[in-house]
Structures are given as C-alpha cells and as structure tokens.
Design a protein around this ligand. Structure first.
Ligand code: CA
Length: 228
C-alpha cells in the first residue's frame, strides 16, 4: 500500500513515516500543501493523511484539488483544533474521515485499515477466502482456524492480493505496494515473498490460493459462491 502523509510538524511527520514503514507501507511525506499536491499527482496512492493547517496550500484546498482532479484515493484529515467547522468542511470537501490531534498511532492505523478495506469494496474487517481468513483490523491470518505468523511485508503482499481476490494483480502493482520508488524493480524479491506466502498458507500444496498468471501477475483464488 502506498501512503502519502502531508504534515508540517516535522516530528509528527517523521514519526508517522517511520511507524507506517515499520508496518510495511510505502510512505511518501510532504511538509506543505504544494509538495503534497505534487506527490498526489505524480504517484499512484492508496491513501493520503493530510493535516488541515499547512503552509503554502491548506489541507482543505489540497483535498479540494485532489478531488477536482479526479483522485479517488481515501483521504483522512488531521486537525489540531477542536473545531467542528474544519471537520465538516473537510468531509464536505471530499475527505473520508478525520482525526483530532493529539491521537494515538493505533487509532490512525485502525481508521486507515477501515478506509483501505472499504475502498477495495469490503464492508467487514475479516476477509474469508475458503480456509484462509485475514483479519485486516487485527492484522492477523488464520488458515483452517490455525494462526499463521507473517512479517509486516508478507502481510502487506497478502492483504493486497486478498483485497483484490479474483482479480489479476500485476507484479508492478504489488512492487509499488511494498517498496519505495528507489527500489531495484528487477530483483526477484517479490517472487521470494510469494514463495514464502505459499509455503505458509499451504504447506501441503493442496489449496493453492495464489495463482501465477505468466506475464500478467498473480491472482488470489476466489471461490465461486463463497463470500470471497
Ligand atoms: Ca499543521
């Protein structure tokens, strides 16, 4: 998942960047509205976290510009002021949710999870695909009821595939979701992650949940008639 943070308070910006990267996201940061607009227009984003009070261009104006330019990624706004007008105006302008500062990182992460899941068309936090069950709220995986441990990066790869279950996800799209822009895209690290996930999800090679479509990418198997 590719996240943009637009926040002028350096400590908060860097703290959010580091913690979200630690949770396996690709994170771009911008310190003012104009820089935020650049990142949002130049790169494919899955979600943006935007402070309302920003130099050069306000957070509200930034949200307005993104929506006017046809950018549909979920937007969560941050406001330092307990001012209901900011929240109402932010939501009316096209933001999807808001948090009042100060907030706990866990609450931001929980709201981001909910926005990302809904943007992919899932209403419930748990995605059940046959025996594979991914809890996007707790960020845990079970297979046939047994818990399976994943690293942060493995979790992000699997979450992206399962949120798009039944659809082909290209290698480029998955790579965008797990690595920063300067990453060497020719390496076979993605294949290594997929191989590890397959062994963890399906050690006996029976359910084969992740299909490889040669030259096109990967697809998480969606069973007909099942919820997933
Ligand atoms: Ca600010």
């Amino acid at each position: 998942m590719h996240i943009l943070i637009v926040e002028d308070e350096a400590r908060l910006r860097e703290d959010l960047r580091d913690r979200l990267r630690g949770n396996g996201y690709v994170v771009d940061v911008a310190a003012d509205g104009e820089e935020g607009l650049y990142y949002g227009e130049e790169f494919p984003l899955d979600l943006a976290v935007i402070d309302i009070g920003l130099p050069k261009m306000s957070g509200l104006e930034l949200v307005r510009r993104f929506r006017a330019n046809g950018r549909h990624f979920p937007i969560l706004i941050l406001t330092a002021r307990r001012n209901w007008r900011d929240k109402v105006e932010g939501l009316e302008t096209g933001a999807d949710d808001y948090l009042v500062k100060p907030f706990r990182f866990e609450e931001l992460q929980a709201r981001m999870n909910a926005l990302l899941r809904r943007a992919a068309g899932w209403s419930k936090p748990v995605i059940d695909c046959g025996p594979v069950s991914l809890d996007t709220g707790r960020q845990t995986l079970t297979v046939a009821g047994q818990p399976v441990e994943l690293t942060a990066f493995e979790y992000r790869v699997l979450e992206h595939l399962m949120l798009h279950a039944g659809q082909v996800v290209s290698k480029a799209e998955l790579t965008d979701n797990i690595y920063d822009q300067d990453y060497d895209r020719n390496s076979n690290v993605l294949e290594v992650f997929i191989g590890r996930l397959r062994r963890k999800l399906d050690p006996d090679n029976r359910i084969k949940p992740i299909e490889t479509l040669r030259g096109r990418g990967y697809r998480f198997r969606r069973e007909t008639g099942a919820e997933c």
